[in-house]
Write a protein that binds this ligand. Structure first.
Ligand SMILES: Cc1ncc(COP(=O)(O)O)c(C=O)c1O
Length: 353
């Protein structure tokens, strides 16, 4: 398939790169492609960024049949643009599609199309430290129909947004609130896919945490509310004694690409890493015993997000004096150095645009 290109006649002014927030500014162009049962995925095109007109009965608006991805394009030291493990995102997008009864697409084509879009939007990749061009591939169900079934037609689109730090705190410890009242996902459900309803389901507890002065929620498992799953929209790691522990992928946890990279890097450095069940009680006990050294989240948006405080019921656990721990710092710096091309890429994770 060849991607048709229609260039925007009026380019937008570029933002001040020193003041970038997250997800508020969008570039001049977007990628679009449609699916029908007769034609399959067809009509790939790069067009001016524009609204998507929809019939009010469009299925995605009613039943949430939609999946998405999140990755970033980084400006490297030579002024070029590069991606971090992008094929992993397109493979995960296809797994999400499969679970949501959405037809899968050719992941190699999707990556090539993204690179084509990025070459057109090259000037939108910011260069200030810790900035990047966030990439949001999305698939939505487009049949105008109110019955509950999988849609026959779909739209795939990719939009781009220059971004700075995800959390206002930057790379500083965040305060986390453990919820027992709400769960994010259940085994056998869709927690291990990047589908829009998971995020809607997470909002209520997130708001409660904010009201209580906490940045994010620590999610426990949906059956016993005992085992730790994720933190906000990130995977979670604990340093207990000399071991890094992260919840095993249970079916209700999103298999993060940063998570996979943290595990690979730590093992590459000779650190002990365990993927296993870890209960909130074990974390509290390790804190009491003085063996809980660090907690941090991992995800594309914030890379590594150290946790300085955990509130669980009436208890407030201060983690590592509330400051950034050495493991979180080393992982953050190493991942950023690879992503921005400041260090060697021993794992072959970088894809030039
Ligand atoms: C629920 C959830 N968990 C974990 C992650 C981290 O995944 P990744 O490292 O691929 O960004 C994300 C973000 O994509 C997420 O939305």
């Amino acid at each position: 398939m060849k991607t048709a290109i229609t260039r925007s006649e009026q380019l937008k002014a570029k933002p001040d790169e020193t003041k970038l927030g997250f997800g508020t500014i969008f570039t001049d162009h977007m990628f679009n492609m449609d699916y029908t049962p007769e034609k399959g995925w067809h009509d790939p095109r790069i067009e001016p960024y524009a609204p998507i007109p929809m019939d009010p009965s469009t299925m995605v608006l009613h039943y949430g049949q939609a999946v998405f991805e999140g990755l970033k394009a980084y400006r490297n030291g030579e002024g070029g643009t590069q991606l971090f493990r992008p094929q992993e995102n397109f493979d995960r997008l296809n797994r999400s599609c499969h679970r949501l009864c959405i037809p899968e697409m050719d992941p190699g084509f999707a990556l090539e199309a993204l690179k084509e879009l990025l070459r057109i939007e090259e000037k939108w990749v910011p260069s200030e430290p810790q900035t990047s061009l966030y990439i949001r591939p999305t698939v939505i169900a487009t049949d105008p129909f109110l019955g509950v079934r999988a849609s026959f037609t779909y739209r795939y689109f990719v939009i781009l947004s220059p971004v700075g730090a995800y959390y206002a705190e930057g790379f500083n410890p965040v305060k986390i609130w453990v919820t027992k009242d709400h769960v994010r996902a259940v085994r056998g459900g869709v927690g291990n896919t990047k589908t829009i309803g998971n995020y809607a389901a997470s909002l209520y507890a997130g708001e409660e945490a904010h009201k209580a002065g906490y940045t994010q929620v620590l999610w426990l498992d949906g059956i016993e509310q005992k085992y730790i799953e994720e933190v906000g929209a990130m995977n979670i790691f604990f340093v207990i004694g000399d071991e890094i522990v992260t919840p095993e992928l249970s079916g209700s946890i999103l298999p993060g690409i940063t998570r996979k990279s943290v595990i690979a890097l730590a093992q590459h450095w000779g650190m002990k890493v365990a993927e296993r069940k870890i209960s909130i009680d074990e974390v509290v006990a390790a804190h009491e015993a003085g063996t809980l050294k660090e907690i941090f989240g991992s995800g594309t948006a914030a890379v590594i997000s150290p946790v300085g405080e955990l509130k669980y019921g009436d208890r407030i656990l201060t983690i590592g004096n509330g400051s950034v721990g050495p493991t979180a710092l080393k992982l953050f710096e190493s991942l950023c150095d690879i992503q921005y091309g400041k260090a060697d890429d021993p794992m072959g994770w970088i894809e030039p645009v």
